[in-house]
Design a binder for this molecule. Structure first.
Ligand SMILES: NC(=O)c1ccc[n+]([C@@H]2O[C@H](COP(=O)([O-])OP(=O)(O)OC[C@H]3O[C@@H](n4cnc5c(N)ncnc54)[C@H](O)[C@@H]3O)[C@@H](O)[C@H]2O)c1
Ligand SMILES: N[C@@H](CC=O)C(=O)O
Length: 493
C-alpha cells in the first residue's frame, strides 16, 4: 500500500522540492529515500537540489519579498489564517504523514498538528501588532521614533523530531513579519514540510514566499549561510550543528536564532507525593519516545522519598506500550533510526559500567530493530554520559540528593540550559530553585509548558533567541529609527 493511498487527500504527499510556487525535481539526479522508522519500509524519495537550484530559491524569495512585505499586515494575516484553516481541515492526513515518517503515535501526531497550527494563528494576529515607538525628542524641532521592518529572506533549518511545529513556529513568525522563507527540513521527515507547502499554496500564499528546499544538509546550509541576501537564519537542531551554522553565518553577519539541545533536570522536593511526582516524571521523560528537547533527562529526587519514587516510576513505566504509532494504544513509537538505538544502548552501557543500577529495560522485548524499550537507571552520576549528553531516547536516569543547594548545583552541571522541571509545593523552595536554575524555561508542577504565547528558548549552549510569544516575531524584524528634523512646530512637545 503506497503512502498516498493512506491519505484522504493524496496530493498532500509530495516527492518534490517546492521553489517559487513550483514542484521542483533535482537537476543532478541525486535523491534520498525516506523510511518509515517503525517498519523500515521506504515511504518515498526526495530529490536533492543542486547548488544553483538553492540559489534559485533565494532568487525567488528575493523577488517575492518585494510584494509580500508591501502587503498590509492585515492582508498577510488573512492569508496566514487561511493556511491555519487548511492545517486544521487536513489534520488527520497531516498526522498520518507525520506518524509514518517520524514514528510518533498517531494521537501525539494529531497533537503536533494542532500545536503547529496554533503558531500560524498566533503569528497571523501578532503580525498586526509589530508596533514602533515614539521617542520624546532631545533634538530641537524634531520628531523621533521607530518603525519595525521585516529583515528580508529567512532560512529555516529544522529537525525531524517535530517535523511540522518546528517549521510553523519559525515560518509563521517570519511571514507575519513580512519576510519570505526558505525551509530546509530534516531529510528523515521532509513530507510534513512538503504538505505544509501544498497547503500554503492552496491558502493563497504567493509563489516564492514559502519555499522548501531539499538536499545534502551541509551543502544546502553552507549556501544559505554564505548568501548575503539571506538576512536571517533560524535553526532548530543539535548544539553540534548549531555551532557550525553560527560560524558559517559570521561572514554575512546574519541574524541568527538557535533552538538547540537540552538536558532537562526534573527536581522532586521532599514534600512531594512520590507517586504523583513519579507519574509526572514518566510523562516528562517518555513523550516522543524521549526524542524531545524538553525530555526529563536527569531526574533528581530528594533522598527521603527516593526509593518510593523509584518504585512508582518503575510501575508506571512498565505500563507503557511500545509499537508502531499507527496502531491504537501505543505510548512509544520507534526511534528515528538504527543509529539512535545504538546511541541509546551505548549510553545505558556506559552508565552501568560506571556503577548505575539497571532497574528496568529489557531490549529483547523490542518489537523491531528501531525500537528501544524504556530503561530506568538509578544511581546516575556526573561521570556518566547520561548526565552530560542529550540521550534523545527513552532512558531515564534517577539520582538522590540531600538538600536544595546540592540539587541546584547538580541541575546546573550541564552545558545545556533549555528547560527544567521542579516538583514541590513549598513556595520558598520553588522560588529559590527557580531563580538559581540556569535554564531558559522552568516549569513548576506541570509537565506541559509550551504553546504559542510562551517565549520558548534556552540559555548556555541550548541556543540564542526566543520563539513564540510576543517576542518571537522580533527575530524577523529590524528596528528602523527615524529622526524628522527641522519641523519647527514640535519642539518641547
Ligand atoms: N530547542 C528546541 O526548540 C529544539 C526543538 C526540537 C529539537 N531540538 C534539538 O534537535 C536535535 C535533534 O534533531 P536532529 O537530530 O534533526 O538535529 P541535527 O542538528 O542533526 O539536524 C537538524 C537539521 O540540521 C541539518 N543538518 C544536519 N547536519 C548538518 C550539517 N553538518 N550542516 C548543516 N546542516 C545539518 C539536518 O538535516 C536538519 O535539517 C536535538 O538536539 C534536539 O534537542 C531542539
Ligand atoms: N517539545 C518541543 C520540541 C523539542 O524537541 C517544543 O514544544 O517545541
Amino acid at each position: 500500500m503506497t503512502l498516498s493511498s493512506k491519505l484522504s487527500d493524496p496530493r498532500l504527499f509530495r516527492q518534490y522540492a517546492y521553489v517559487d510556487g513550483k514542484w521542483t525535481h533535482g537537476e543532478g539526479g541525486r535523491e534520498e529515500a525516506v523510511f518509515d522508522p517503525a517498519t523500515g519500509e521506504a515511504l518515498g524519495h526526495i530529490p536533492w537540489l543542486e547548488a544553483h537550484q538553492i540559489t534559485a530559491a533565494v532568487d525567488a524569495a528575493e523577488a517575492a519579498f518585494v510584494h509580500w512585505r508591501a502587503l498590509r499586515a492585515d492582508e498577510r494575516c488573512e492569508r496566514l489564517l487561511a493556511w491555519y484553516d487548511l492545517l486544521q481541515a487536513h489534520r488527520e492526513d497531516l498526522a498520518t504523514l507525520m506518524t509514518l515518517e517520524q514514528g510518533k503515535p498517531l494521537p501525539d501526531a494529531r497533537g503536533e498538528v494542532e500545536y503547529g497550527a496554533s503558531f500560524v494563528r498566533w503569528f497571523a494576529e501578532e503580525g498586526k501588532r509589530t508596533f514602533g515607538e515614539t521617542i520624546p525628542s532631545h533634538i530641537p524641532n524634531a520628531a523621533l521614533g521607530t518603525i519595525k521592518e521585516p529583515v528580508g529572506i529567512a532560512a529555516l533549518i529544522t529537525p525531524w523530531n517535530f517535523p511540522l511545529a518546528m517549521i510553523t513556529r519559525k515560518a509563521a513568525a517570519a511571514m507575519a513579519a513580512g519576510c519570505t522563507v526558505i525551509v530546509k527540513p530534516a531529510g528523515e521527515t521532509p513530507f510534513s514540510a512538503l504538505a505544509l507547502a501544498e497547503l500554503a499554496e492552496r491558502a493563497g500564499i504567493p509563489a516564492g514566499v514559502f519555499n522548501v528546499v531539499l538536499g545534502d544538509p551541509p551543502e544546502v546550509s553552507r549556501i544559505l549561510c554564505a548568501e548575503d541576501r539571506v538576512k536571517a537564519l533560524s535553526f532548530t537542531g543539535s548544539t553540534r550543528v548549531g555551532r557550525l551554522l553560527l560560524e558559517q553565518c559570521a561572514n554575512t553577519v546574519k541574524r541568527v536564532s538557535l533552538e538547540l539541545g537540552g538536558n532537562a533536570p526534573f527536581i522532586v522536593g521532599p514534600d512531594m507525593d512520590p507517586r504523583e511526582a513519579a507519574f509526572a516524571a514518566v510523562a516528562a521523560k517518555f513523550q516522543t519516545a524521549g526524542q524531545d528537547c524538553l525530555a526529563a533527562d536527569r531526574i533528581l529526587v530528594h533522598e527521603s522519598i527516593h526509593d518510593a519514587f523509584v518504585g512508582h516510576f518503575a510501575e508506571r513505566m512498565a505500563a507503557l506500550t511500545v509499537g508502531n504509532g499507527l496502531e491504537s494504544e501505543i505510548d512509544l513509537g520507534p526511534l528515528i533510526h538504527r543509529q539512535a538505538v545504538e546511541k541509546a544502548a551505548a549510553i545505558v552501557d556506559d552508565a552501568i559500567s560506571k556503577g548505575a543500577t539497571l532497574v528496568a529495560g529489557d531490549q529483547s522485548q523490542a518489537p523491531g530493530e528501531n525500537f528501544f524499550m524504556p530503561v530506568l537507571l538509578t544511581g546516575v552520576t556526573h561521570d556518566m554520559k547520561i548526565w552530560h549528553e542529550e540521550s534523545f531516547a527513552p532512558v531515564a536516569g534517577i539520582t538522590a540528593y540531600a538538600d536544595d543547594d546540592q540539587v541546584i548545583e547538580m541541575a546546573n552541571d550541564t552545558e545545556y540550559g533549555l528547560a527544567a522541571y521542579i516538583y514541590t509545593h513549598d513556595i520558598r523552595r520553588i522560588w529559590k530553585i527557580m531563580r538559581a536554575l540556569e535554564f531558559g524555561m522552568v516549569s513548576v508542577n506541570s509537565v506541559k509548558m509550551t504553546g504559542p504565547p510562551v517565549p520558548f528558548g534556552g540559555v548556555k549552549h541550548s541556543g540564542l533567541g526566543r520563539e513564540g510569544g510576543v517576542t518571537g516575531i522580533d527575530e524577523y524584524l529590524e528596528t528602523k529609527y527615524y529622526c524628522l528634523g527641522a519641523l519647527g512646530s514640535v519642539s518641547g512637545s
